[in-house]
Design a protein around this ligand. Structure first.
Ligand code: UT7
Length: 329
């Protein structure tokens, strides 16, 4: 009997309409468009505005579009995984909220917190349920409202992040397409360089934690940069080597979009050209769990069945990983 694989059979994404440009940021903190572009490659990012709107509202748009495009009824969905570090609430899981809002009634749903590698970790997790024949239709969402944990008085972080949501449908196949191989890794020692100081069980919210601005992303840029630049490239190269893939075999690298310099270094280590890399950081910034599905969505029309693509991510935790996907349609 031929091997059961999980294939990506659809992709959709959604970004909120409001665009926060580097020009506008220049009026908010001491920064320049030139600094942001040179150091990060970001020119603008989308921000979710509006009282009472959260990560689930963006994810709902992505999932509704995905169901429409793939002619799938909410009743058919067996599982929903939402990768996010900005859940609507600490509990219940945002995946549950999304399922309820979309009318998905027959699915098990939960969140995965692996920061910027969250979408990648979630696709790997979901693929195991599909490969074992446990589930037939699984939705994986990558969604973050990073503006809800960004300090807009801190130039070190506020220029980096944006809001977005993307979702893929995974289904079983016996063809030679889909999730072909994956590597996921973590190193908890890295948590000191990238985290949120308060709001969890160690330091519940208080007037003091709010005054100390401890409910925002805390990042030591340089140590994170050094780790990211090495680890993301390491796993991307490892997955190529162990599957005997040369740079010519790769149609696209789909990297997490945190910094243009990290993306370029990864492409260089893999020996691939810039034309073989999906890059949209300039228009969206770092949307955490949203970056990879946002790229796949934008490049969907340029992908053909059988194309080899490598997804690669790095994020807080530290977490990192890569997936070799053979595009299925
Ligand atoms: O997505 C999850 C993982 N995260 C990442 O992969 C992010 C990795 N890190 C980075 O991408 C980069 O470290 C940053 C983009 C965050 C920062 O770039 P950098 O080249 O590492 O800059 P830096 O932090 O070393 O700062 C250089 C200078 C500092 O000034 P001094 O000390 O040299 O006088 C900063 O205060 O740039 C200053 N600076 C800014 N200046 C203008 C920091 N932010 C800004 C800003 N505008 N927005």
């Amino acid at each position: 009997m031929s091997k059961l694989r999980a294939k990506i059979s659809g992709i959709h994404a959604w970004v909120p309409p409001y665009v926060l440009t580097n020009k506008e940021l220049e009026s908010m903190v001491e920064t320049t468009d030139e600094w942001i572009m040179t150091r990060t490659g970001i020119r603008e990012r989308h921000i979710l505005k509006g009282e009472g709107l959260g990560t689930s509202d963006m994810a709902v748009e992505a999932v509704k579009g995905l169901l429409d495009k793939t002619h799938t009824s909410p009743d058919e969905i067996d599982m929903v995984i939402c990768a996010t570090v900005t859940p609507d609430m600490l509990f219940p899981a945002t995946a549950n909220v999304v399922s309820d809002k979309v009318g998905i009634k027959n699915a098990v749903s939960f969140d995965i917190n692996a920061a910027c590698s969250g979408f990648l970790f979630s696709v790997v997790t979901a693929s195991k349920f599909v490969e074992t024949g446990t589930f037939k239709k699984v939705i994986v969402i990558g969604a973050d409202k990073m503006s809800s944990i960004t300090d807009y008085t801190s130039r070190e972080t506020c220029v980096l992040f944006g809001d977005a949501a993307g979702a893929v449908l995974l289904e079983p196949t016996t063809e030679e397409v889909g999730i072909m191989d994956s590597i996921i890794r973590t190193d908890g020692a890295g948590r000191s360089h990238l985290h949120m100081k308060a709001g969890g069980s160690v330091k519940p919210p208080s007037y003091e934690t709010i005054d100390a601005k401890e409910h925002f992303v805390y990042q030591e840029g340089q140590p994170v940069f050094k780790f990211a630049v090495t680890k993301m490239a390491d796993v991307a190269v490892e997955i190529m080597e162990r599957n005997l893939l040369s740079s010519n075999d790769i149609k696209y690298l789909v990297p997490h979009q945190a910094n243009m310099r990290i993306i370029e270094a990864t492409a260089w280590r893999m020996g691939i050209l810039k034309e073989q890399v999906m890059i949209n950081i300039e228009r969206y910034g770092n949307t955490t769990s949203g970056t990879i599905p946002l790229c796949l969505w934008e490049w969907e029309n340029q992908l053909k069945k059988g194309d080899n693509i490598i997804l690669a991510a790095f994020g807080g935790g530290f977490t990192w990983g890569s997936i070799w996907v053979k595009w299925a349609y």
